[in-house]
Design a binder for this molecule. Structure first.
Ligand code: NAP
Length: 250
């Protein structure tokens, strides 16, 4: 059987890395991107290869259109096909109220978490659309439960950027449904990764876990399960859906 190729932005750590490993175990070849930590990306490449899959790691900031174009061009050169895009790369910022935001903070937040995913989706559609000679495919957006909750006094800007991603999921799904492309999103809750430390709250999962109905944080692997299902043919009649993976925190 032909092997399919998925491109996972931010596939070097956290949810993206867990998705890469599960997808590799299910028979996907992979392109993973990262922003800075090449050593983490190389570690994922080795683990994916140990599972018998091919993996290309590319340094590309999703906040920069030129680097996104280089990422997709590298995927084209290496594999010559694209069957799934996981718009996973994302950042938080330190906890602030809206009254404290700078323009610089807002521009970074929306460039990486909203505009970058739109540009990646554009590049994926250009390659996958059956109306453009492609084979069809799947796009999975990694949003956040924050887009339902608003993240007050933490990062309302992050929640709003994820809200943009949710609406992109709904609209793009309808735009390309007849072109063989499905577009869905996952909305993870409190997941145990390094992202919380990057926002200055290393104990965030431990601190907030008692407020989650299931009374624990989730693992990156628990989110990867849903992402890989949405990438795969097992979800063939699902498009425009937003799936909460949040232990009941809604
Ligand atoms: P993480 O552990 O901090 O990993 C982030 C990944 O994205 C890394 O591979 C990182 O690469 C990459 N990345 C960061 N900025 C990038 C940029 N500008 N361009 C390209 N790649 C970039 O984060 P995570 O918790 O796995 O989060 C993954 C996604 O899930 C994000 O979209 C996040 O918003 C979403 N999410 C997470 C949670 C949670 O509780 N963890 C909850 C809801 C939603 P480098 O290492 O090279 O920087």
């Amino acid at each position: 059987m032909e092997r399919k190729v998925a491109l996972i932005t931010g596939g070097s750590r956290g949810i993206g890395a867990a998705t890469a490993l599960l997808a590799a175990a299910r028979g996907w070849d992979l392109v993973i991107s990262y922003a800075r930590q090449g050593s983490a990306a190389q570690a994922v490449v080795q683990q994916v290869q140990a599972l018998g899959a091919q993996c290309l790691a590319v340094q590309a900031d999703v906040g920069d259109e030129a680097q996104i174009l280089q990422l997709f061009a590298a995927a084209d050169r290496h594999f010559g096909r694209l069957d799934a895009l996981v718009n996973n790369a994302g950042v938080v910022d330190t906890g602030q109220t809206v009254a404290e935001y700078s323009l610089q903070r807002l521009e970074r937040m929306f460039r990486i978490n909203a505009i970058g995913p739109f540009l990646c989706a554009r590049e994926a559609v250009l390659r996958m659309s059956t109306a453009r000679g492609g084979r069809g495919g799947a796009i999975v957006n990694v949003s956040s439960i924050a887009s339902r909750l608003g993240a007050p006094r933490q990062y309302v800007d992050y929640a709003a950027a994820k809200g943009a991603m949710d609406v992109m999921t709904l609209g793009l799904a309808k735009e390309v449904a007849a072109e063989g492309i499905r577009v869905n999103a996952v909305r993870p809750g409190l997941i145990d990764t390094d992202i919380h430390a990057s926002g200055g709250q290393p104990d965030r999962v431990q601190r907030l876990a008692p407020n989650v109905p299931m009374q624990r944080g989730g693992t990156p692997e628990e989110v990867a399960d849903a992402i890989v299902w949405l990438m795969s043919d097992g979800s063939h009649y699902t498009t425009g859906s937003l799936i909460e993976i949040s232990g009941g925190n809604l």
